[in-house]
Design a protein around this ligand. Structure first.
Ligand code: HAM
Length: 425
């Protein structure tokens, strides 16, 4: 038997109804905040992620699905391709490629699969889905303003509330600008020098190449050392400090609760200033339901002739659904009516009636003229239909149909033209 590849999974009904519910709610909220959808390819040049996300990150150094796409003709060069592990780099690439800076501030959202070769477990998959958004544009359009950061965070609080997800915690930090980070990295390097030898091999390498990435370490023995390292907050310059204060001030004013976590640095290299994660207690080890932050230098990093500061987030849709599953249960819509053709020649009559009813937005399931009445009833009950409608020769001739409520057992005779109304009442 051929099975789905490790770390990937099939999403089946009735669970897919929950996915649709989440996506519908999310689209509603994005509409209210004037965000518009962007769709970028699921594979991009490997270089995009190396330059955007960072060579030293876990994502780029060990989790990407990369292959060489050979040219089909002598004129076509081969290139290294990667299944996107995240969508921010792709959105910024598209922004630059289509010179979107002429449009002022762009508020974009996306929903789609991402790919990371992580160790699979509950809430962590190799193909997973993100719902993300990016606010990006020239500084003159206000893209750098702390008001945008606060708006994004308020949007997320609203979104989680609308979805009915309770008990979330917003963890907030500022990782400063590149200048602050250079000073901080230097301080980390110094602090790590005497202790790195007793850490894991990854940390030994990070201590030299990109000390900030030591915070991505999950090795339990290393955590006591990591806890003693200096904090980024001590290295923020005045503008970064002010920016962050302004974000926190707005959040307090509009009533979005948050916790300041000075150890939150995020696992991707492009972040500047505001960085955040929302966690949820019910999710266990994979408790981060979403993450994001500001990336003011990313466009230039990817070769943009114009700066395009931005801020965004990505929600782990798989994790949102997991968090909702217990509280919401099965929300797959049940059919309104099971139409049971009774006897030879009735399939086509039932089909015609189903067509009429479906045009009036009745959810109808269509039976089979070869089924005996008992079997039709069993089928109707099994799928949870509200009514069963018998279509036999007499009914067709008279235009009066027997409609039975399967829960109450009540049966009424209904003229053809009134069926839809009766079924939906
Ligand atoms: P990230 O923190 O790498 O950020 O991912 C965001 C969210 O995706 C995580 O909080 C988690 O819920 C979900 N996620 C990540 N990996 C997996 C996985 N293997 N299985 C299931 N869910 C997963 C980003 O991707 C940034 N692009 C977010 C961003 C947008 N920053 C600025 N704009």
């Amino acid at each position: 038997m051929i099975k789905a590849v490790r770390g990937t999974r099939d999403l089946l009904p009735p669970e897919t109804a929950l996915w649709n519910f989440v996506e519908e709610k999310v689209r509603e909220v994005f509409r209210a905040y004037n965000f518009h959808e962007i769709r970028t390819p699921i594979f991009e040049s490997t270089e995009l992620f190396a330059r955007g996300v960072g060579e030293e990150t876990d994502i780029v150094s060990k989790e990407m699905y990369t292959w060489e796409d050979k040219g089909r003709a002598a004129s076509e060069k081969g290139q290294m391709i990667t299944l996107r592990p995240e969508n921010t780099a792709g959105v910024v690439r598209a922004y630059i490629e289509h010179k979107l800076w002429d449009r002022g501030l762009d508020k974009l959202f996306y929903i789609g699969p991402q790919f990371r070769r992580e160790r699979p477990q509950k809430g962590r998959y190799r193909q997973f889905y993100q719902i993300g958004a990016e606010v990006i544009g020239p500084s003159t359009a206000g893209s750098e303003s702390p008001a945008r950061d606060a708006e994004i965070l308020e949007l997320l609080a609203t979104l989680l509330d609308r979805l009915g997800i309770k008990d979330w915690t917003l963890e907030l930090n500022s990782v400063g600008c590149p200048k602050d980070r250079a000073a901080y990295n230097e301080a980390l390097r110094k602090a790590l020098e005497p202790v790195a030898a007793s850490m894991c091999v990854d940390c030994q390498r990070r201590a030299i190449t990109n000390p900030l990435r030591v915070f991505d370490c999950k090795v339990p023995e290393d955590q006591s050392i990591i806890a003693t390292l200096p904090l980024i907050s001590q290295y923020l310059d005045e503008p970064c400090r002010k920016h962050f204060d302004h974000v926190m001030e707005i959040l307090k004013f509009v009533g979005v609760p948050f916790t300041r976590n000075e150890r939150l640095v995020r696992g991707l290299d492009y972040y500047t200033r505001t960085a955040f994660e929302f966690t949820h207690g019910a999710l266990g080890a994979q408790n981060s339901i979403l993450g994001g932050g500001r990336y003011d230098g990313l466009a230039e990093q990817l070769g943009s002739p114009q700066p395009a500061p931005g801020i965004g987030f990505a929600i782990g849709e798989d994790r949102i659904v997991l968090a909702l599953q217990e509280s919401v249960g099965d929300i797959q819509p049940k059919p309104d009516v099971y139409i049971a053709p009774l006897g030879t020649g009735m399939d086509r009559e039932a089909a015609r009636l189903a067509r009429e009813l479906r045009h009036q937005n009745v959810i109808a399931e269509l039976g089979d003229e070869n089924f005996r009445l008992k079997k039709s009833f069993e089928a109707a009950t099994k799928i949870g239909a509200k009514f069963i409608l018998i279509v036999g020769g007499n009914e067709v001739q008279s235009g009066i149909f027997a409609l039975k409520n399967l829960a109450s057992g009540e049966q009424v005779d209904v003229p053809r033209e009134e069926l839809a109304k009766k079924i939906q009442s």
